[in-house]
Design a protein around this ligand. Structure first.
Ligand SMILES: Nc1nc2c(ncn2[C@@H]2O[C@H](COP(=O)(O)OP(=O)(O)OP(=O)(O)O)[C@@H](O)[C@H]2O)c(=O)[nH]1
Ligand SMILES: [Mg+2]
Length: 325
């Protein structure tokens, strides 16, 4: 069978929600980004754009996966199909994620209305956030209604990914102390909904009071007042309220103040730039003889050439990307 009809078949299977085709394609997106992958994504893109994407982030071990699991069941009760991408943390602090995800997979594994996938933060050139974005395009085209992306809220990459969604849920826990939590202003700013999880623990009143104080001191620029909820994920407590808060954001895709549309625009822009950079680099490298870049590096070592002159040579006299006078 020709590659093209194989790709077309793969696309058909994904559109029908075929789990094996989805899994195969997500592996391609993650590991072997070749012409086939691009062809499949090209055909899928037009079928995507319907799902609601929720980012979930928070410090390691606050209960994000457990909470996402509850949320997925909540949606399954309503017949909503849920796709989940757990971005594996590079952080050594969060070794628990893989095990937790495996347990969760066992519990939800038999349900065809749920698809769960871990993605590694290392690997491909060209930005993890774009790889996650493409995975979301695949799941979106496969007909999942809600897509949840879980990332650990440490490091700019992870925060960026959690933010690359229609709405972001930030998970906190009592007793972590404002020094750790509020200092992470990065994740405080991106939350559209806040959950104080592990509300069965001591200090939940204090945590809530601190958060409310934080919100009143630093209100969001767009005027959105993020709902603040208490949850006990291990017992799926507070999930109905959480679901309602998510629905509130979902039903008003233009709110708060067009933020969600604005975010998606920024996202597509980023995806386009990432892929453009990747493709241009590849085109140039493919046009060079074997080992040419290494030879140029040698010339830089001896100061025979500077990188700017090399770039002029590589890009040719037409000077791709060079400003016209
Ligand atoms: N007491 C209590 N424990 C909880 C609650 N929610 C989660 N846990 C426990 O907290 C631990 C971490 O839960 P996870 O859901 O794996 O947390 P996570 O945020 O996904 O962790 P990473 O992905 O590693 O950052 C597990 O042992 C959970 O059982 C809760 O509401 N109350
Ligand atoms: Mg987790």
């Amino acid at each position: 069978m020709s590659g093209e009809s194989e790709n077309a078949q793969m696309v058909q299977r994904i559109l029908q929600g075929d789990v094996r085709a989805i899994a195969r394609t997500l592996s391609l997106v993650e590991n072997e980004y070749g012409p086939s992958t691009i062809e499949i994504l090209r055909r899928l893109f037009v079928h995507s754009g319907k799902a609601f994407i929720l980012g979930v982030t928070g410090s390691p071990g606050v209960g994000k996966s457990t909470l996402v699991d509850c949320l997925a069941r909540h949606y399954r009760h309503k017949g909503t199909r849920v796709g989940i991408i757990a971005v594996d943390p590079t952080s050594p602090f969060s070794g628990g994620a893989i095990l937790g995800d495996r347990v969760r997979m066992q519990r939800l594994a038999t349900d065809p209305g749920v698809y769960i996938r871990s993605m590694a933060t290392r690997g491909r050139l060209g930005g993890l956030s774009s790889a996650v974005q493409e995975a979301l395009i695949v799941l979106d085209a496969a007909g999942f209604d809600i897509l949840i992306v879980e990332t650990v809220g440490v490091g700019q990459d992870e925060v960026d990914i959690a933010r690359a969604a229609h709405a972001t849920l930030v998970v906190l826990v009592p007793g972590l102390g404002d020094d750790v939590q509020a200092a992470k202003a990065g994740i405080m700013e991106i939350g559209d909904i806040f959950a104080i999880n592990k509300a069965d623990r001591e200090g939940v009143d204090k945590a809530e009071a601190e958060l409310r104080a934080y919100f009143s001191l630093s209100p969001r620029q767009d005027g959105w007042k993020p709902p603040l909820l208490r949850t006990v994920a291990t017992q799926c407590q507070g999930i109905r309220e959480l679901g309602r808060a998510v629905e509130g954001l979902r039903r008003r895709p233009q709110s708060p103040s067009g933020d969600s549309r604005h975010r998606m625009l920024r996202l597509y822009r980023q995806l386009l730039l990432d892929r453009l950079r990747e493709r241009l680099t590849r085109q140039i490298l493919d046009s060079l003889p074997e080992g040419e870049i290494d030879r140029y590096a040698e010339k830089m070592m001896t100061r025979e050439l500077d990188p700017y002159t090399i770039m002029d040579r590589l890009l040719g006299p037409s000077g791709i990307g060079e400003k016209k006078p």
